[in-house]
Write a protein that binds this ligand. Sequence first.
Ligand code: SF4
Ligand code: SF4
Length: 106
Amino acid sequence: MTTHPCLSCGACCASFRVDFSVYESEDMGGPVPQGLVVALTEHLARMRGTDHARPRCAALTGQVGQQAACGIYEWRPSPCREFEAGSEACNRARQRHGLPALEGLV
Ligand code: SF4
Ligand code: SF4
């Protein structure tokens, strides 16, 4: 049995801005806990911490490249749900954190 590479990674959660519709936030009836949401505009929200000079989502637990997990996995916003391990963006994030590229996962 192999362990999923994301469990020892977390690089994407510490590389990019994570923006999503305000309707995904708790206050608007969505799943994303309000304390982790930064309101941007009337329509757009952002995961707290992802627009820092050295981005790191406030929901990320553990250490990037060692052991990492999303603290709100069941309630994470759509960009996180759609992000694909082994994609070009995934490998860019991994490279940024000194991790080797992944082959595409099915
Ligand atoms: S950068 Fe890729 S491998 Fe790492 S946690 Fe994100 S999707 Fe998974
Ligand atoms: S909400 Fe979870 S999956 Fe999305 S960026 Fe933050 S830690 Fe990563």
